[in-house]
Design a binder for this molecule. Structure first.
Ligand code: DMJ
Length: 459
């Protein structure tokens, strides 16, 4: 079903067929003037169609595809259809109508949550709850909202801690919770999905619980305005003072700002501005003319490391949304430098020595997402050239059969064997948006979740 939200794009037949290139020194981006946006839209759309077809052929009905061995992976022994749910809105947005219909039918007919499995609340919220909600808004299929409501009710027990901050895990059948030691990202990256569920079902409890968790976490920030890496939701005590914008913390900051935009929530907006000022003051660091955000002790501000990586690369996009274009541009330039070290970004580098600390690449979208926000906000065509570079490099190094796979090392380009669901939900979606006409998405009313699910303010 074609999206009423995203408008009709002029899309023709698949233009896929790029072949693997030999690895070598990283390529420089093409001159911006040479980018044919319509042709790039077709290329990305072709890659999506092909990767989806690989999932259908080798992992249909399962959570994720292992594209090298052409086998399937289920996270919890039985499938929650994570890839179809995560990918549905991308298929709709790209106008891949037959594929979207097949995904939607599979979800309608087979997805059920009355299962005796213990799931990670954060991952199931961002991938499954978020995917059901955006799928519902894009297709009008009421079964998707019913499923979201059922899932939301089964996840709610996580908020039953003494502090109101969520436990990490919950059993979908029994409601038993576990995992009191958790982190800001898992606590603070729920308000968009739970909040939208409240607005669409008329049940305020979801928004109330998720928003309170965010407020409780913020209330425990240090005197410097920073949060640490690990906290106990039963005692409210910090277990790690390590403060940064990478994995385990990242999307907490993202949801302060995006929650304020989607729900027109002035208090969340103030919380974002206070936090962003603390990040700029204590984490940001200029090294050889480049801007980076490293690691400090949340209480003292003492620097503990100078590490940056693929997950940190969400920040330029959020800075764009927050109105700080200058920092966003400079930080994205650093991210691109990181990508060009080897022609694909590593998971973690030391930005002072530019040494690679963790060499894998998990098919992550963040650097592309940020480039898209910058392209939209600045109109600067250099981001189109950079988008093409990202796609060329992905095709050259991460294509596996008809799918794409993670790399165990960007130094050797050795491939692992997994196509994470977010590659279809996020990585290919942001590449598509990079080249698609800007009226494809109305950013005045649509907020993309951390998993790139577009939620539309209809309330
Ligand atoms: C996705 O599941 C989400 O973007 C999350 O916020 C971070 N990790 C992956 C992508 O890297």
């Amino acid at each position: 079903m074609r999206s009423s939200l995203l408008g009709v794009l002029m899309l023709a037949a698949c233009g896929c067929g790029a072949t693997a290139a030999p690895s070598g020194p990283p390529a420089a981006p093409a001159p911006p003037g040479a980018i044919d946006r319509a042709a790039m839209v077709e290329r990305v759309r072709g890659e999506m169609r092909r990767a989806w077809a690989a999932y259908v052929r080798d992992a249909w009905g399962h959570d994720e595809l292992r594209p090298v061995t052409r086998t399937a992976r289920d996270w919890y022994g039985e499938s929650l259809l994570i890839t179809p749910v995560d990918a549905l809105d991308t298929l709709v947005m790209m106008g891949l109508t037959d594929e979207a219909t097949a995904a939607r039918r599979l979800i309608d007919e087979r997805l059920a949550f009355d299962k005796d499995i213990t799931v990670k609340n954060f991952e199931i919220t961002i991938r499954v709850l978020g995917g059901l909600l955006s799928g519902y808004q894009l297709t009008g299929d009421a079964q998707l909202l019913r499923l979201a409501d059922d899932l939301g009710a089964r996840l709610l027990p996580v908020f039953g801690s003494p502090t109101g901050m969520p436990y990490m895990f919950v059993n979908l059948k029994t409601g038993a919770v576990s995992g009191a030691k958790t982190n800001p990202a898992e606590i603070g990256t729920l308000v968009l999905e739970f909040g939208a569920l409240s607005k669409l079902t008329g049940k305020p409890i979801y928004l109330d619980k998720a928003r309170n968790a965010l407020v409780q976490l913020y209330a425990r920030r240090s005197k410097l305005g920073l949060v640490g890496e690990e906290i106990d939701v039963e005692t409210g005590q910090w277990l790690s003072p390590n403060s940064h914008v990478g994995g385990g913390i990242d999307s907490y900051y993202e949801y302060l700002l995006k929650g304020s935009i989607l729900f027109r929530d002035a208090e969340l907006g103030r919380m974002w501005r206070t936090s962003a000022a603390a990040l700029d003051q204590h984490l940001a660091e200029d090294v050889a003319g480049g801007l980076w955000y490293g690691q400090v002790d949340m209480a003292t501000g003492a620097r503990t490391a100078a590490e940056f990586g693929a997950l940190h690369a969400f920040l330029p996009g959020v800075l764009v949304l927050g109105g700080d274009l200058a920092r966003a541009r400079r930080l994205e330039a650093s991210c691109i430098r990181m990508w060009q070290l080897r022609g694909i970004e590593p998971e973690v580098i030391d930005y002072r020595s530019m040494a690679i600390r963790a060499p894998g690449y998990q098919l992550r979208p963040e650097i592309i997402e940020s480039a898209w926000y910058l392209r939209r906000a600045t109109g600067d065509p250099q981001y189109l050239a950079i988008g093409k570079m990202f796609l060329d490099d992905l095709v050259a190094h991460t294509r596996a059969g008809d799918g794409f796979t993670v790399l165990t090392s960007v130094e050797t380009m050795a491939q692992g064997d997994l196509m994470p669901s977010y590659f279809l939900a996020e990585t290919l979606k942001y590449l598509y948006l990079m080249f698609a006409p800007d009226d494809a998405v109305d950013l005045e009313r649509v907020v993309f979740t951390t998993e790139a699910h577009p939620l539309r303010r209809t309330w």
